[in-house]
Ligand binder design. Structure first.
Ligand code: URA
Ligand code: SF4
Length: 180
């Protein structure tokens, strides 16, 4: 798989309804890789991940808790094309898109991978239990470590208590970033 072919990928039917393939943003050399679920409306139009309301909250928290700017992280999603009406990506779509994520994982060498929400936690770390049980758990992934936390869209719906949990997960993640 050549990442140069990703912007024109037609491996699944999400290619029929998307406007833009949202490849990812940031540095391949970033110490933190952030993986969300799928592009939303803003991302489908703008062509970059997490540029809508969820992204604003996400990068506010990342800045306040980790001291990192968006451009210092590599940011992508489990599927690179927007599902119609923002439905959850289907297993066949996640499987079709997986080689692209694998290619990105192989090219980046972050210290920590942060997965956001159930879809990313399951897809990246194989977590089957819901994010309410798995958030904040630290896993080893080859040479780096991984953690899942709530998706910022869940925090926008769920309010301050979800934001507080995300902040405390990010404080644990900060320790991981500074360990090596
Ligand atoms: N939600 C996601 O999971 N990813 C984005 O890029 C935007 C919103
Ligand atoms: Fe290709 Fe992934 Fe888009 Fe499906 S979601 S068309 S596999 S880039």
């Amino acid at each position: 798989m050549d990442l140069a072919d990703l912007p024109t990928c037609t491996r699944c039917t999400l290619s029929l309804t998307r406007q833009r393939v949202v490849v990812g943003s940031g540095l391949e050399s970033a110490i933190l890789m952030i993986v969300g679920e799928a592009p939303g409306k803003s991302e489908d139009e703008g062509g970059a991940p997490f540029i809508g309301r969820s992204g604003r909250l996400l990068f506010q928290l990342v800045h306040e808790e980790l001291g990192l700017e968006r451009g210092q992280c590599f940011v992508t999603n489990v599927v690179k094309c927007r599902p119609p009406a923002n439905r959850t990506p289907r297993p066949v779509e996640i499987a079709s898109c997986r080689p692209w994520l694998d290619e990105q994982l192989a090219r980046c060498s972050p210290r920590v991978i942060l997965a956001l929400g159930n879809t990313a936690a399951k897809s990246v770390f194989g977590f089957d239990a819901g994010i309410g049980l798995t958030h904040g758990r630290v896993v080893a992934m080859g040479t780096c470590r991984g953690m899942a936390t709530y998706h910022p869209a869940a925090a926008l719906r769920g309010g301050p208590s979800v934001v507080d949990v995300m902040r405390s997960d990010l404080r644990v993640l900060k320790e991981l970033l500074s360990e090596k």
